[in-house]
Design a protein around this ligand. Sequence first.
Ligand code: CA
Length: 299
Amino acid sequence: MVIRISSKHVIYSFSPLNKPVAYAKPKDIIVFETIDALGGQAKSEETPIDVIDWSRVNPATGPLFVETAEPGDTLVVDILDIKTDDKAVILVAPGYGVLHDKQFSPRIKLLYYEKDFVKFNSLDIEPKPMIGVIGVAPEEGEVATGSLGVHGGNMDIALLGRGSRLYLPVFTRGALLAIGDLHLVQGDGELCVSAAEVSGEVTVRVDIVKNKKPKYPILELNDKYAILTHGKTLDEAVYRASEAAVEALMKAHSLVFEEAYMLASLVVDLRINQVVDPFKGARAEIPKKYISIEDLFSQ
Ligand code: CA
């Protein structure tokens, strides 16, 4: 049986106090219907940016209670499919994005998905549907769905698409998974502050690894693992990703720090996730040849 969660059930912050709207067992398949990051408020290119209600941005659908998930476990989320609407929206606004200090006007642009491409004026962009917001309840307090941390959240990772697998540390009973903020396409960095923001639905399979968890969320692709970190600055995010990568290589190959540090410099790729959210996001990509998922569990 497939469990379906309507986009009527949205949260604006991740919290252990959120009431579950659906229940699943390990290995169940769940469809999350999601609304775009602007809460569907930008209906045309003429929508004035100042009428957007910012309390309704970054809705995440859920939360889902996953049975048997306890603090100290890992929630495994397989992204089986992402379907999107054929109309997406991107915006720029002074004060936002990497070039926030430039003189420019707020602008909304609609992007249509036609004949296998995202149309940007006369240009055809290859779609790479991905999930912007995916996370579990943090250990305590509440974290806005527009922010990010070790619980996941608004990580905005271009690689987090169909066929990928995400490992999230569990901090509360049931994990309380929520998903939202699909992008039809986004480059690393998301430099103008938004991507091709789109509504749609995500099909996932959940599973639990008992009694061990990674220090940070881990993304698994065909050929590599990526350690997903955040920081007040990109330097801080990159430091955390590097440290976790070196620790994992020490564990994988019984190396002393000095040797693992050298090996990391040869085989680990540091990449930018995004630089425009409340915390910057980076990742350390490690080819599977050099590491197993077990090496990335910190307990
Ligand atoms: Ca986002």
